[in-house]
Design a protein around this ligand. Sequence first.
Ligand code: GUN
Ligand code: ZN
Length: 433
Amino acid sequence: MSRTVLRGRVLSFHRAPNSIEDSDSYLYIEDAAVLIEDGAIVWVGAFAEAESSGAVIIDHRPNLIMAGFIDLHLHYVQSQIMAAYAGSLLEWLNNYTFIEEQKFAQQGHADAVAVDFYDALIRHGTTTAVAYCSSHPRSVDAFFAEAQRRNMLMVGGKVMMDRNAPEGLLDTAQSSYDDTKALIARWHKRGRGLYAISPRFAITSTPEQMGMAQALVLEHDDCHIQTHLSENDREISFSMELYPDAVDYTGIYEMYDLLTPRTLLGHSIHLNHRETEALAASGAVAVFCPTSNLFLGSGLFDRERLLERGVRIGLATDIGGGTSFSMLRTMDEGYKILQLRGQRFNPLASFHLATRGNAEALGLADTIGSVAPGRAADLIVLDAQATPTMRMRMATVETLVEELFLLQTLGDDRAIAEVYVAGARAKSTLGGL
Ligand code: GUN
Ligand code: ZN
């Protein structure tokens, strides 16, 4: 049995903080030990009590040990088209995205991008992500095979899309059903892999394909579901033209029973009152994608209104509409979006969301998202003095909350000093850094 103790300052959330003063919402230990056995956390407490445990000690002082970040929505097949110069969503999809994703018909390409994608996640401190693959089953094979090699808990699936895209990306209602079934059999709950049934969005799925997605969800009720909702004005009006019987955009997904507590709805920006109520009633998760929403000019997520109505919320990069793999950069841009809405997004809330909050959104809070016994040792070590600018600001930082805010406002991959995946060092062991 391998036993390791990580020494450092530990921060882990028990629940969402009610305010910036809510110190009951988290555990913070100034000189802590995290005891790891065979990839799992078995004990967390004061270092003085663990000194004689006989384990190998890795000293990360004065850095902060937290649960690894969880990214609730991104497209691994868009890793190579981040920062594509495009206007709004539909132009960006047609001019860059749909062209790029056709390359994933080739296994060699999918395998190579998957390696770079996981390297990027690890560099940025993300230990679990929920990803869209392309419509080609082999892109899903590459995604899960590489996750398995790295022992990472990853959620993903083949996008189902049978219209309004180039021929090279289109499946059919039947083939998307057959391919998804085969992929679930091959990858769901294999190692740490979890499958997400992934109709891309209303525009690229015929009613027949939505019916197939509905059947898949019925037959595999332990899989997640992911799609896009209400990101852009033209997307919304086109969707309503394609589904004239639906009451609104959310109503399209409701018609096919796709709103469940396992459903992740990327963007969810321009929702009317009825849609907000429908999300709350279903338990589906609205996924906030700040850098993407700013980059594509999609709109300003209304966190406060959704929370007031009881909608569950997650946080994500949405690579490659998003402009950074970093959840720190994502929190920062999220903070700025909410500033524009006159809403406050305090650093306890954003760090909670990127760790335990996203784990709860996935229904996986017993497994990941906390530094606590019984959880996987998927951990990050944060260095708030990673750059000269951060060091300069740290000179006046006095509280944990100030330090967190500094990390999210000025930090990026350089602030991720180390990453552990199931107890194994993953960042310092990356090649070619
Ligand atoms: N809506 C449908 N597909 C996509 C995508 O790939 N990215 C974003 N941002 N929105 C989408
Ligand atoms: Zn997306």
